[in-house]
Design a protein around this ligand. Structure first.
Ligand SMILES: [Mg+2]
Length: 259
């Protein structure tokens, strides 16, 4: 567990703004998604007599159809409501809107109850709050569920700005996403950090759009080659990132107390 600086000046200046991705950066997405789908699959078996293996292929083809129709990467291309609506249409039973809403609610309730934040996330956000460093969240998907996630984990008050791709009109790495974050900041930030898990969307996106200093979260740093990323910093543990920030954050805290 640790942190690796690919650019040794990356953390030499305190940031004015730290932008976080949400899914799979602040919590492990895959586990929650898998458990949520299992819960919905069980319901589909109980209510509609659909075998789990059939459910999996129905869900996969429904999500594929929704994405293909939209033709580009926008918030609704991830909409579970649209996936389950398509699935209900294919099943051809009952009220499609009613089934879609029911399965969507079941999915997200299970998703939230099976997910938990990575260790050290709240402590790091708290450090930034104490140091008076503004934080933002920039995330692909519809606003309602992303806001709900932030409230569920009680993270909403840490983020001065939240931008979803529903609001910006396009998913990351679209420049519009990052520009909207900066536009919403009360004061234009000079040094921006971007913390995310996706090389193309978060790291290259934020570098190209707003020239951010970039931090890539990976599962296992020891298995991660430096050549795989353009990120300035790579880490696999928020506690290591917090420790690496400690000196700089103390300096920023005392400056903010003096000013
Ligand atoms: Mg992500």
């Amino acid at each position: 567990m640790g942190i690796r600086l690919n650019n040794r000046n990356a953390m030499s200046t305190p940031p004015d703004l730290v932008v976080f991705d949400l899914d799979n950066t602040l919590y492990p997405y895959d586990v929650a998604h898998r458990r949520a789908l299992e819960t919905v699959s069980k319901k589909a078996e109980d209510v509609f007599n659909i075998k789990p293996e059939d459910f999996t292929s129905l869900y996969e083809s429904a999500s594929k159809v929704v994405k293909q129709r939209l033709g580009r990467s926008v918030a609704s291309s991830h909409s579970r409501l649209l996936y389950f609506y398509r699935l209900a249409e294919v099943m051809g039973v009952g009220s499609h809107p009613r089934i879609a809403l029911d399965l969507e609610q079941t999915y997200w309730a299970a998703f939230l109850s099976k997910s938990r934040l990575f260790d050290g996330v709240v402590d790091l956000l708290e450090e930034f709050r104490v140091a008076n460093i503004m934080c933002a969240c920039v995330t692909d998907l519809t606003a309602q569920i992303q806001f709900r996630k932030l409230l569920y984990w009680r993270l909403d008050h840490y983020f001065r700005v939240v931008v979803t791709s529903e609001e910006a009109g396009e998913d990351k790495p679209a420049k519009a996403m990052f520009d909207l974050v900066i536009e919403k900041c009360p004061v234009s930030p000079e040094v921006v950090w971007m913390i995310g898990d996706n090389e193309e969307r978060d790291i290259r996106g934020a570098k190209d759009a707003i020239d951010a200093v970039t931090f890539l979260r990976v599962d296992r740093l020891s298995k991660f080659s430096r050549r795989e990323t353009a990120a300035d910093v790579v880490f696999d543990d928020f506690r290591s990132l917090r420790e690496a920030c400690a000196g700089m954050l103390n300096q920023a805290s005392s400056q903010s107390l003096r000013s």
